[in-house]
Design a protein around this ligand. Structure first.
Ligand code: BT5
Length: 274
């Protein structure tokens, strides 16, 4: 673990600690100047018994992970890259609530910090004007019907020039690109953690972030093509259910629930070599 002191605008655990007022989240923090993947480290810490709310934060990832074995790219010091270990009293089928909560907190923190109105593209992209601003990767540790932990990993493009990224399946943007000036990453991180902490408090008392998440979805009402395990599904995204599944109404009027998949509005399903 290293603590950067020289990079302008660098995030340090000390600076985070001095500004943060949370009850559960980020009471325990691991910080890395560079690591393979904060999600990978979080899953190791889950096995080691890390407490609820543990935050793993990095300035750079050598093997940042997306969903479905894809890669998350972020040049050092340009982004927010972190994972939270959550241990809410949920059944495995309710685990998407943790992702919903973090997506809502991210959108609210972005609005508070920058004034920008971001949205959520089902299932877990943070988008603005049709471009991808961030992504969420949720991984579970369950023992039978008992959920041991949820790891929610978030990557947000803050002061990043999309031209620094390799070719992507959806166009990317960053907060700085949308605003025309850079954003203080620590302020955004603090805003996120404080929002998420307040929502998590409610979730621990039985509340679901579903309605807030649904309100912020930009996917509803849109024609979609979804690559699913069973093949390509085409139709209109008409709704979502409490567990996070997308309801797609096909031309024949059949409603299909999709739990995992990639939505595209384009003429062809996404292809990418990981
Ligand atoms: C995601 O996956 O969007 C989830 C990304 C989660 C990343 C965080 S960073 C901290 C934590 N630790 C990790 O190891 N991961 C999490 P998915 O929906 O599969 O999207 C991945 C796809 O997004 C890639 O295949 C690229 O096409 C694209 N992509 C990669 N980097 C990007 C970026 N910086 N901005 C926009 N799009 C990007």
């Amino acid at each position: 673990m290293t603590h950067p002191i020289s990079h302008p605008g660098a995030i340090t655990p000390e600076a985070l600690h001095s500004r943060l007022h949370t009850r559960v989240l980020a009471q325990s923090v691991e910080f890395y100047e560079s690591i393979n993947s904060t999600n990978r480290r979080a899953m190791e810490l889950v096995d080691a018994g890390a407490p609820d709310g543990t935050l793993i934060l990095a300035e750079h990832q050598t093997h940042g992970r997306g969903r479905l074995a894809r890669t998350w790219h972020a040049p050092p010091h340009t982004s927010l890259l972190f994972s939270l270990i959550l241990r809410p009293p949920l059944a495995p089928h309710q685990a998407q609530r943790a992702t919903m909560l973090c997506a809502v907190a991210a959108v609210e923190a972005i609005a508070e910090t920058t004034g920008l109105a971001a949205g959520i593209k089902w299932p877990n992209d943070i988008v603005i004007a049709g471009k991808k601003l961030g992504g969420i990767l949720t991984e579970l540790q369950a023992h039978g019907q008992q959920l041991a932990a949820i790891v929610v990993g978030i990557g947000l493009n803050v002061n990043l020039d999309a031209a620094q990224l390799p070719p992507l399946i959806t166009p990317a943007t960053s907060l700085a690109a949308e605003l025309g000036h850079s954003v203080e990453r620590l302020q955004l991180l603090v805003a996120f953690l404080e929002r998420a902490d307040a929502l998590y408090d409610r979730m621990l008392a039985g509340w679901s972030p579903f309605a807030l998440w649904r309100q912020r979805l930009v996917t509803l009402g849109q024609p979609v093509r979804i690559a699913t395990d069973e093949g390509l599904l085409e139709g209109t995204a008409t709704d979502v259910d409490e567990n996070g599944a997308l309801l797609v109404t096909t031309a024949s009027g059949r409603v299909q629930h999709v739990l995992v998949g990639d939505v595209t509005g384009r003429a062809a399903p996404p292809t990418e070599t990981p």
